[in-house]
Design a protein around this ligand. Structure first.
Ligand code: ZN
Ligand code: ZN
Length: 348
């Protein structure tokens, strides 16, 4: 079968083409489902903002390795002893991480730290998952939009960590896919004065369509003054930093209300340290600052909500698997909100 494989580790934007991280479509064997496992014929797999970082060496993996974790497909074959009722022909998406269910973390409500988690590359014609990783897509969600169930689950997990209350003032910093999904979810939660900070005008337009009341360019607008105007000088109650840009990470601390929750969602550069004034922010304001690592305990709820989100703009750019290289170039160009790879041509 075809699999999109990182054949050279390196920065995908390296000016030297000889050093640049590289993906190719390679031929690998299809695996056979064992007990509790299902073989999924992958319909679509989206490129995640983290994929180029992984190809760049983020986790220290040696090439070659397969990539891709935002997928949808149809169950093609099942192993013995399934317990969930999942069957051949079911349209599924789900969690690319297979948790053991038995370790200290799995048995204490913290499966994201599972000591035995495994994953299979999903940007391929087939992927082998444990049945517990799968969620059946609702009938009104297409396979094309269904591949976004993983990034939507990340946005759901972010909302879980906000402990948001209806009517709180919310700002999202960064209008990439996760930021735009969080904007939609915050809107569903009844956020007030929903605001997006994003330099790209096309993404600001999408944000307005998704329910943002205000959109600003953090590079040219006076965000502190705008915040004071919008929130009667109090600041935002829930602040989501999704851009990964240090200046944005720092800006949010200055526009947070007393007792606000600041969630650092992005994957920041490993060497970056956030300057934090403990007197101003923690003593005088009682800010609660946290982050998110993947999306534990979210997929079944995500499947129940995904049909209410507007995903068509995020799945408009589709490349066939044979053009995976071009798909990554399009992703890196930053011109499109999201890039989708069609892994099997005969599925809709
Ligand atoms: Zn992802
Ligand atoms: Zn575990």
């Amino acid at each position: 079968m075809k699999q999109v494989t990182a054949v050279r580790v390196g920065n995908m934007k390296d000016p030297d083409p000889e050093k640049r991280g590289l993906v190719e479509v390679t031929d690998v064997p299809v695996k056979k489902p064992g007990p509790g496992e299902v073989l999924i014929k992958v319909a679509y797999c989206a490129i995640c903002g983290s994929d180029p970082h992984v190809i760049g060496g983020l986790f220290g993996w040696d090439a070659p390795f397969g990539i891709g974790h935002e997928l949808s497909g149809v169950v093609a074959e099942v192993g013995p002893g399934l317990k969930t009722g999942i069957k051949v022909g079911d349209r599924v998406g789900g969690n690319f991480r297979n948790y053991c269910g038995s370790c200290y973390y799995c048995t204490n409500g913290l499966e994201q730290w599972c000591e035995n988690a495994t994953e299979e590359p999903g940007m391929a014609e087939y992927v082998l998952w444990n049945e517990k990783q799968c969620v059946v897509l609702p009938g009104d969600v297409s396979l094309k939009n269904g591949c976004l169930i993983e990034p939507v689950s990340v946005a759901v997990r972010v909302m879980d960590k906000t402990h948001i209350k209806i009517g709180q003032n919310v700002v999202v910093s960064g209008g990439g896919p996760i930021g735009l999904l969080n904007l939609q979810l915050a809107n569903l939660y009844g956020a007030a004065n929903l605001t997006l900070l994003e330099p790209n005008p096309a993404r600001r337009e999408l944000a307005k369509k998704y329910g943002a009341k205000y959109v600003f360019d953090p590079l040219t607008d006076d965000i502190r003054a705008e915040t004071a105007r919008i929130t009667n000088g109090r600041g935002f109650d829930v602040l989501l930093e999704v851009s990964g840009i240090p200046s944005a990470a720092e800006l949010l601390l200055g526009i947070a209300a007393k007792s606000a929750r600041v969630i650092y969602v992005a994957q920041y550069a490993r060497g970056y340290n956030l300057p934090l004034n403990l007197y101003d922010q923690i003593y005088m304001k009682e800010l609660e600052i946290t982050g998110t690592f993947v999306s534990p305990y979210t997929f079944t709820r995500t499947a129940q909500i995904i049909g209410r989100l507007d995903l068509d703009d995020l799945t408009a750019q589709v490349f066939p698997i044979d053009e995976a290289k071009a798909a990554f170039e399009a992703h890196l160009s930053g011109k499109y909100p999201k890039i989708i790879v069609q892994c099997s041509p005969d599925m809709d």
